[in-house]
Design a protein around this ligand. Structure first.
Ligand code: LR7
Ligand code: MN
Length: 576
């Protein structure tokens, strides 16, 4: 969506749908990239059983999945049981037109009942769990800007249909200055006909999702606030597991597993229960595979609550009083972005717990692009919000963000003094504590000597990842001073890393590759000599050398000769 900061689907998971071998390469180590599912089989692991679906997703062709016609069992309406919707070829044009309105297949969504049925996607171990008889009530807060009618109301109906009535206090819809007629009086009239109290609040002036949520939260009369995006579908038994965790410890902030509602076909696709939230140096939220450490803490029980370093941001339950105690949201954040990491860091650093309850599943329509405007400019807003997170919560690790995204230094962060006071008042722990205790698997090194570009003395060019993925060759090009692919940290563990990849070589002559950091030295250990300026590969004793003239972009590993071609500059703010 937003200059590469778009939220990923949680697709690791898609892998487990049919356990197909096609997914063996779906992981780039722990990192879950934009993997496209490949699936040819009619059924899925949750046993819809009735068959009749035939869907082929093709990988490597982003967003060009070929969707074969869906054959519905006789009498079944489109999309029921979470099935994909089939658009006949003659409606192709119309479909494309409508897609632009919300950046998802609106025509498909409009063909599906607002009450559509979904499979019960829970693990068996979840279905048999018994929850406390007395659970708190919750108010559902849904903010939206120009949301489509069918997705918004399907969200509302899925809450109504699949939440125990006694637990559902009310649904609060917050319209963030939408410009579509049907979201006016028509919506107000419609919600009056619903069997539970549903209120429509209006921000009147475009406020962004953070301030819109704050407006909604103020009106909450339930004991727990549950936030949802405006294009979600709750499945059977989604609510109790969230509320039950809060009963056990009111400082727990609980997310469901966020399943994927296809933006192309509106198929409901189960996400993995082996995925948690992390973040990269650009401060984008990212899904990663759950660490061994956390799996062990849960004693391998896939139905046990999962402690997650960060949350996606849109779907979670929180005790209402606790929401305010820990500082609700940062009102200085605009439109979209940043608040998810902000709340994640804040909850952990200030004594709370952030969890994914694997027994709760809610679907969300993930899309590739944002459909709405960002008044003032996308990057300005997103950088502003992220910089506020970095400034308030990340201590000196904010340098990773600013080195990676130097443009953020030129964006005004605004006044963060109130948020810093909050951090003081709540006596929140340091970011080091967070990295050591909550997220030791993160790609933020705990201790490092240097952060910046690495320049060759002879050619004056810089090492560059060229945006390549794990296990591809390291590159080199002219120094651009724009951070990103040319930012490296030289760490106390002797790694030279960019985000989650480390320089790695496994022979005297290289090649030097980028490989997901494993933190165990070996092929990833390098020593920079401040005096002779060499970068020596510990295992082989060879030196990093500028590329040959015939292969200008490929740095080499060669016997050390201490010439300029093997000398590297990384000395500004070097911290020994
Ligand atoms: O100006 C705005 N006003 C709004 O009311 C902009 C947005 N919104 C509403 C919008 O209509 C939607 O209901 O805010 C909600 C979120 O916006 P989306 O759906 O366009 O964005 P998203 O799904 O990429 O949002 C994810 O990241 C956001 C960062 O600010 C929020 O945290 C969203 O809640 C979050 N969504 C999820 O966590 C669902 C799973 C996505 C992932 C990963
Ligand atoms: Mn969303």
């Amino acid at each position: 969506c937003l200059g590469g900061s778009c939220n990923q689907k949680n697709p690791e998971a898609l892998a487990q749908i049919d356990g197909s071998k096609d997914y063996d390469n779906a992981f780039d180590d722990n990192k879950i990239d934009e993997i496209q599912p490949q699936r040819n089989s009619p059924s899925n692991s949750h046993g819809s059983g009735t068959g009749g679906i035939s869907i082929t997703y093709r990988s490597h062709e982003l967003k060009k999945w070929r969707i074969a016609p869906v054959v519905l069992p006789a009498g079944e309406l489109p999309g029921e049981r979470g099935r994909a919707v089939n658009i006949p070829p003659e409606q192709d044009e119309l479909m494309k037109e409508k897609f632009k309105l919300n950046q998802f297949n609106l025509l498909a969504s409009d063909k599906i009942s607002l009450n559509r049925s979904l499979r019960d996607v829970r693990l068996d171990g979840c279905k048999s769990k018994v929850y406390p008889r007395l659970l708190p009530t919750t108010s559902i807060v849904i903010v939206f800007h120009n949301e489509a009618w069918s997705t918004l109301l399907r969200t509302v109906w899925s809450v109504i249909n699949r939440s125990p009535k006694a637990l559902l206090q009310e649904i609060i819809l917050v319209d963030d200055a939408s410009e579509r007629d049907y979201l006016g009086k028509k919506l107000e009239d419609y919600v009056k006909t619903l069997p539970v109290p549903v209120y429509v609040l209006r921000t009147n002036k475009r406020s962004g999702l953070i301030r819109a949520r704050l407006l909604g939260a103020e009106k909450v009369t339930g004991q727990v606030i549950t936030f949802l995006d405006a294009h979600c579908e709750c499945t059977e038994g989604w609510l109790e597991p969230l509320l039950a965790r809060i009963v056990q410890n009111r400082k727990t902030v609980v997310c469901p597993i966020i399943d994927v509602i296809s933006d192309e076909s509106f198929e409901y696709i189960t996400a993995s229960d082996m995925t948690w939230g992390g973040f990269n140096w650009k401060l984008n939220f990212r899904w990663y595979r759950v660490s061994e450490r956390e799996m062990n803490r849960r004693k391998g029980d896939r139905t046990a609550p999962l402690r997650t370093p960060t949350m996606a941001g849109g779907l979670f339950s929180i005790d209402k009083d606790y929401f305010y105690e820990i500082g609700s949201y940062d009102e200085g954040m605009d439109i979209w972005g940043g608040e998810n990491l902000e709340m994640s860091f804040r909850v952990w650093q200030c004594g709370g717990i952030l969890e994914i309850n694997a027994c709760s599943h809610v679907g969300h329509v993930f899309r590739d692009k944002s459909p709405y405007t960002f008044p003032g400019g996308v990057s300005k807003i997103v950088l502003h919000n992220a910089a506020r997170v970095a400034e308030v919560w990340m201590d000196h690790w904010k340098d990773f963000y600013y080195s990676m995204v130097p443009g953020a230094r030129n964006v005004a962060v605004g006044d963060v003094s109130k948020r810093k006071e909050l951090r003081e008042k709540l006596q929140c722990k340091s970011f080091r504590w967070y990295l050591e205790n909550v997220y030791p698997e993160s790609q933020m090194p705990l201790d490092y000597y240097y952060l910046g570009d690495i320049r060759n003395m002879e050619t004056k060019n810089c090492l560059d990842t060229m945006g390549r993925k794990s296990s591809e060759n390291l590159g080199m090009t002219y120094c651009h001073n724009m951070g990103g692919n040319q930012v490296f940290a030289y760490t106390k563990r002797q790694q030279i890393m960019n985000d989650d990849n480390c320089l790695d070589a496994n022979g005297k002559q290289g090649p030097v590759k980028l490989v997901r950091c494993h933190g165990m030295g070996g092929n990833q250990a390098w020593v920079y000599d401040e005096v002779d300026k060499t970068i020596k590969h510990v295992n082989t004793g060879s030196c990093l050398q500028k590329p040959d003239s015939k292969d200008v972009n490929l740095p080499l590993l060669r016997p050390c000769n201490y010439g300029e071609g093997q000398q590297w500059i990384m000395e500004s703010d070097f911290k020994w």
